[in-house]
Design a protein around this ligand. Sequence first.
Ligand code: NAD
Length: 396
Amino acid sequence: MIVKPRVRGFICTTAHPIGCAANVAEQVRYVRGRPQFSNGPKNVLVIGASGGYGLPSRISAAFGSGAATLGLSFEKPPTESKTASAGWYNNRAFDKLAKEAGLWARTLDGDAFSDEMKTETIDVIKNEMGPIDLVIYSLASPVRKDPVTGEVYRSAIKPLGKTFHVKTLNVDKAEVHEVDLEPAEEAETEATVKVMGGEDWERWMNALAEACVLAPGCQTVSYTYIGSELTWPIYWHATLGKAKEDLDRAAQAIAARLDDIGGDAKVAVLKCVTTQSSAAIPVVPLYASLLFKVMKEQDSHETCMEHVQRLFETQLYGDAGQRLDEERRIRVDDLELADQVQDEVKRRWPLVTTANLHELTDFAGFRYDFLRIFGFGVPGVDYDAEVDPQSIEPLA
Ligand code: NAD
């Protein structure tokens, strides 16, 4: 079949197998071009490994440090007539490149919130891998089934307390307009904490510790976003922020749990990038478009891969020393939050309209990044060629 992007709002329902594989190869090439970092991990578990921030984390660990990696994700396989989700192709591409490089790699697909997935993962670690010295928790999901009660929780991306009147961007139409975002009910906030808070991270670390599959000194890191005052009413001071606050609580509890093996748990604050999850948050596409423009002008823009590599090279490993805030969170959002960046983003925010969108913001860059997630727009890929949706290899 010939695969073209089919975009509906903030989702693209098709993915290009060759384009996705080329994306992964490009990220691997980038990490291979960096120096190997000192004291890197040996056996790494990445929960949420197929895209966004999880995939570069896996690539950094594997190709930056020669680590064996076990990646978990929840992706849709292809059929004869339908493409898989992008992450499914990314996983195949990662596994292939790891194998070619002589690196041990396994990918498991299923619901990471479930106890079954935890048991299966522990079995693989015990039987095929050896004790884990780094666990990256990079899940982003709109829904979670509580494995104890069976209740299904759905997150809500809403402000707290009062209606938030804000400028936003209709990505399909490239139109800037204003919306009223209604505040969350208490039950919606609680559900969001259930889905995106620290409970599942804690359950994972408890299960791994109980099964004695963590190496002495094991670190675990969960990713969060704080961002700028412009997005606080819909992120940090909103339902998602409440969930992310719960990660700070979980980090403390897990760190205490890992104390006897000399382990630690931290939350790492990352920058705003275009991923399947961030594109779905109101206000973020407009903020990201403005941010990318300003950071590119100031030469401080980083791709997802570059950002994660900096996290690994300077914060998780290497000798630079960690940059921690008062909550013991690792901060790598320093470039996004630099005064010269934020002052300029805030100056432009009230000025941006549909008419000057392309002049004041990098909407083109945001859109490009969005399509790249699904394997489209990758230089060198022939998008008019027939492909097999079940394979990342070009047809002969
Ligand atoms: P993403 O949507 O790109 O990736 C999410 C990953 O989770 C995928 O691998 C997906 O397969 C996996 N997943 C989802 N539900 C699952 C389930 N039930 N079982 C197994 N795997 C499942 O998301 P992302 O933007 O990379 O977010 C990852 C983390 O990074 C989140 O904690 C997010 O808050 C954080 N973060 C994101 C940004 C950003 O701008 N995107 C900024 C800072 C922090």
